[in-house]
Write a new protein. Sequence first.
Length: 197
Amino acid sequence: MFISRYSRMDTVLKPGSFLSVVYISDGDGQGISPDEAASGIRRDIDAIDGVAVAPDGPGPLRLEGLHVILKHLKLPNRMLLLVTDGRSPGDLDDLTGAGYVNYVNLTADGPLDEKQKESVRLLNDCGCPFMVTATVIPGKTDGSALGKLAKDAAGSRMMILRVPKSGPDGKKFTEKEILSLAAPAREAVKDVRIVTV
């Protein structure tokens, strides 16, 4: 695991927050040293609400050994947000329990599996705030699946629906379709936001 890159300012990952985002890749690689990334982030401390740590690419972020990187990146009085699919609830419990992470962005594209539901339970039990992000695909995602996802993630502070400008086959959602998709999710989560990516 290594830091492949970082973005100095992001306002899309958690709308309403200014975050520096550190991207982590699995395996071995040169990348950026944790000290170098932390130094760059500390220069922006007055302009950001916190730091997010996310996987670099579509795969999940492996949590084992992540605490070493998080220790370098944690800023005083700032959020440290972890982007994860929630399929390693034991590791997530360790990271939140030890205070390395104080906000979680749980990524899911449909109803949660048992491990993800366990992660939601532990986040609710320990009081760690979390949000859910789902990518919606034209012709694939439907409102009932998003409604079930929102119910599975009871306690979530926010739900982000990431809408691609166009799907893999060139299909696009109309504005009416997007609002219709979001309606069932809004029954379970008060703050549902739509972000075009």
